[in-house]
Structures are given as C-alpha cells and as structure tokens.
Design a protein. Structure first.
Length: 221
C-alpha cells in the first residue's frame, strides 16, 4: 500500500508516544532511532518516551505505567504506543488497558511459545551487558496476553512477509479488522523502516478509528 498518512505542516499533535523495543533490544535499536529522528525533525522530541525495558515483563510494565499513566489519565487520545516485536505484545496490553492507539511493528503475537529456549543468561543486542531471562518471566508474559483485541480501529499493523523470526500470518489474523500494511519481503528488523515511519506516526497522532479495516501491501524496497 503506498501513500503514507500525512501530518499537516505546522501542526504538532498533543500526543505523547511511547516506543517499546523488542526482546534483548534497547532504545538504541534502529527503529527506535528512526522514530526519534523523525519526531525531532517534527519538533516533537519532547513527546517521545523510549525507556530501556527490564527483562522481567512484570517489571517492564510497572516501569511503563509510571511513565505514561499521567498522559493516559488525560484521555486515550493523549497517548499512543509503538511496539516492535515483543514490544508489540506489550503495546497491545497497554492499548487494551488505556484504550489508546497502538502501532505494531512485526509484533510477537504469542511469545510464550518461543521464549522457553531463551531462558538463561546471554547479552543484550546493543551492548555486552548480561541479559538474564528467568523461567518465571514466562508466567509474567502469560498474565499480559490478550487473546482477542477490542476496537481494532485503534491498531495499526506493519508486518513483513519476509520476517524470519515471527510468522506475519499470525499477526494479520490476530489484528484482523485493524489498519494493516503488509510489506512483501523485508525481514524482522524492517531495514527500510524509514519509508514507513511517517505512516506510523501519523496513525498514532491523528487517531486510528477512521482507518479501521484498511488493508494493503507493497513490495519491499
């Protein structure tokens, strides 16, 4: 699908955007940096919240709630969440909790079936710091699982058919009825994300209900 959603020049939406990185990732990830750069260019860097998430899902959500509850309390239109991979799983939980918009980038639909093999100590993707994923964290993830989304219009899915980590068909099915942009090809990291960031931010900033049910695809570039 071509033709990104557009934020009018000079218009700065009063929306704080929370970016949630993926498993073993960080705010230094490629997509997080693209979002930060684009929001800085738009004069909105002060509206971006991009924390380093702890490995514990429970601790991660407790941290996030302390950062965003004051904005969500002003109304669901004052907060939007962008989540990549496992961050998309978290973003879905938050969208259901607050009724806010969420943009999901190759999201993990059911990470419970993939994370058993990651139990133990390894390193983070963007540093040599140890990263420990404990077995009890799987139960913490289970407590955050959303079996079926409500109000699909508040969701935007950006999924790549070439994702080598997660099956895009699971994403499309789980977010049925949402605004969906399916990239033909690409991969889990979406290296051409710079071509889609404006579409993602426009959805987050202007509301998802008017785009409900729109589905499209385009070739990876």
């Amino acid at each position: 699908m071509s033709g990104a959603l557009h934020i009018p020049d000079g218009h700065v939406p009063d929306v704080h955007i929370l970016y949630l990185h993926g498993f073993r990732s960080s705010p230094r990830s490629f997509k997080a940096r693209v979002v930060h750069q684009r929001m800085t260019e738009a004069g909105r860097a002060h509206q971006l919240i991009c924390p380093q998430l702890p490995a514990s899902p429970k601790a991660a959500m407790e941290l996030v709630l302390t950062l965003v509850e004051r904005y969500a309390a002003q109304g669901p239109e004052r907060l939007a969440v962008i989540g990549s991979s496992l961050g998309g799983f978290y973003a879905t939980w938050l969208a259901e909790r607050f009724g806010c918009r969420a943009a999901l980038l190759n999201p993990a639909v059911d990470p419970l079936k993939n994370l058993e093999k990651h139990v133990g100590v390894t390193t983070a993707w963007h540093s040599d710091e140890p990263f420990e994923f404990r077995r009890e964290y799987i139960d913490e993830l289970a407590a955050l699982k959303i079996p079926q989304i409500t109000q699909p219009g508040r969701y935007f899915l950006l999924a790549a058919t070439g994702d080598e980590v997660l099956d895009y068909r699971d994403m499309v099915a789980h977010y049925a009825g949402a605004h969906q942009h399916v990239i033909q090809g690409s991969d889990h990291a979406i290296p051409e994300f710079g071509q889609y960031v404006d579409e993602v931010l426009a959805f987050c900033s202007e509301g998802g209900s008017k785009t409900q049910g729109v589905t499209g695809s385009d070739p990876a570039r």
